[in-house]
Design a protein around this ligand. Structure first.
Ligand code: 5AD
Ligand code: SF4
Length: 472
């Protein structure tokens, strides 16, 4: 049978990038092959994000374009199925069907293992929708990726260890779209990581909406925290780097901080969103921590791990945020000193408590605060990057760069680093003497002879798994 083509477009966070891969793996069993070109696809999946208004609006404009494509294909006697997955599907399932009749399947994030049945149902009944939180564990049904697929995806991979969130920050849709916090058992995660490592993966980013709330069942029958899980994963041959995202300040414990001190593979770069530096706003956000608690968590990390650096998420213009509150955010940023950070204008999300709050900050004020915050963050990021010029840093090489002859990798802090070398270095961690900085990329020279190793994986992804933010 001729393979059918699947095009999947992901918006939003790392979890969606990972979920997209799992959907591709599931549909591979149904004879689908992935295509990067929507125009020749038999099935287009929009894997959506609902975290901010802009993110969910993009879905409807994309559906408008897909309607034209689908009608054109129908005129030529070709059927194209359109599916909406991800958090917009979960939050607005029925509404999508009404607003965009072009959609054949709506599937929430907990039901991806049902995609084949949903497609069959859509073909039979015209439409299929599933946004329940099923009782069975979808991971038990999602097939693992095939070895050639793992290799094609490159040396850095995501593994979901936890999903959902019980924190209920007042601005956030995640507890509603991804549901309650659930941790996967240690043994399943170890199996996934071993399989990836066996087929060339060297770096794992453990993902979850609130990943340091991890409390999975260990092989000893006890509940393991993230720090203990990191110890176990670091023992897996081939794994040289471990990362995790996204963490909540309240769930930082000593086991995690000590894991950074004790495990060389635990990268000294932690994404720890704080959202605001004002206690008044943190309380209105229901963050369950103060600015002081956050500073203390950072200090605890720094006292044990001198080389640790942080990134964060910020929201400006939360309802009721005064200039004084915003100043407290700037002060916190100045005091902590970030290697990178994401900042967003507050966007009211339907169904969240903050959406009912009055005292909206004006659009102009939000723009102005965002610009000031981003300027401060940019200057910190540039200073952080510039500080590596002249030093020798370890780089995990990922793939040939766009510039011919160059290979690109990442430092411990996820800075892209380019050297002139052969592809043989892909998959290896090698010291690089950094010579210059071009925008956000470091340029340097290998500071060691290239060791001869077995062949490197053939192709690499174009973006790093950790380039987006999510949850916590
Ligand atoms: N408005 C603006 N930003 C938001 N985020 C989450 N919800 C909202 C919202 N309603 C941001 C937070 C979170 C990141 C993933 O997205 O900073 O950490
Ligand atoms: Fe949970 Fe993070 Fe959303 Fe808060 S911001 S509810 S911690 S996912």
């Amino acid at each position: 049978m001729k393979p059918r083509k699947l095009h999947i477009k992901s918006y939003g966070c790392q979890m969606n990038v990972y979920d997209a891969q799992r959907m591709v793996d599931t549909l591979a069993g149904e004879g689908f092959v992935e295509t990067t070109n929507a125009d020749d696809a038999d099935l287009v999946i929009l894997n959506t994000c609902h975290i901010r208004e802009k993110a969910s609006e993009k879905v409807y404009s994309e559906l408008g374009r897909l309607r034209v494509m689908k009608e054109e294909a129908a005129r030529q006697g070709r059927r194209i199925d359109i599916a909406v997955a991800g958090c917009v599907a979960q939050a607005e399932g029925g509404e999508i069907i009404n607003r965009a009749p072009v959609v054949d399947v709506v599937v929430g994030p907990q039901s991806y293992h049902h995609l084949p049945q949903l497609l069959a149902r859509a073909e039979r009944d015209g439409r299929a929708l599933e946004t329940e939180f099923p009782t069975e564990d979808k991971f038990a049904f999602l097939p693992p990726p095939k070895p050639d697929v793992i290799r094609a995806r490159g040396i850095s991979a995501f593994v979901t260890i936890q999903e959902g969130c019980d924190k209920f920050c007042t601005f956030c849709v995640v507890p509603y779209t991804r549901g309650a916090e659930v941790s996967r058992p240690v043994s399943k995660i170890v199996d996934d990581v071993k399989r990836l490592a066996d087929h060339g993966v060297r770096e794992i980013t453990l993902i979850g909406q609130n990943v340091n709330a991890y409390h999975g069942e260990g092989p000893d029958g006890r509940t393991w925290p993230l720090g203990t899980l990191l110890h176990r994963l670091a023992e897996i041959p081939g794994i040289v780097r471990l990362r995790y995202s996204t963490s909540h300040p309240r769930d930082i414990d000593d086991a995690l901080i000590e894991a950074h001190r004790d495990i060389p593979a635990a990268m000294p770069f932690v994404h720890l969103p704080v959202q605001s530096g004002s206690d008044r706003i943190l309380s209105a956000m229901n963050r369950k921590h103060t600015a002081r608690d956050y500073r203390r968590a950072i200090d605890r990390f720094r006292s044990l791990c001198q080389d640790i650096a942080f990134s964060s998420d910020f929201i400006v213009g939360f309802p009721g945020e005064s200039e004084e509150d915003f100043q407290a955010t700037l002060a916190l940023v100045t005091q902590i000193g970030y290697a990178a950070a994401y900042s967003f204008k507050y966007s009211p999300r339907p169904g969240t408590p903050a959406a009912e709050m009055q005292e909206m900050v004006s659009a102009d004020e939000m723009d102005e605060r965002l610009a000031r915050l981003q300027e401060l963050i940019d200057s910190q990021q540039s200073a952080f990057n510039r500080a590596s010029i002249g030093t020798t840093v370890d780089v995990l090489f990922e793939r040939p760069a766009r510039n011919p002859g160059q290979i690109v990798g990442r430092t411990a802090y996820l800075q892209p680093a380019h050297v002139i070398a052969t592809e043989a270095i892909v998959g290896q961690v090698l010291p690089v003497k950094i010579e210059s900085l071009e925008r956000y990329s470091l340029l340097g020279e290998l500071a060691c002879p290239v060791p001869r190793l077995a062949a490197a994986p053939e192709t690499m992804p174009t973006t790093h798994p950790s380039e987006t933010t999510m949850g916590a």
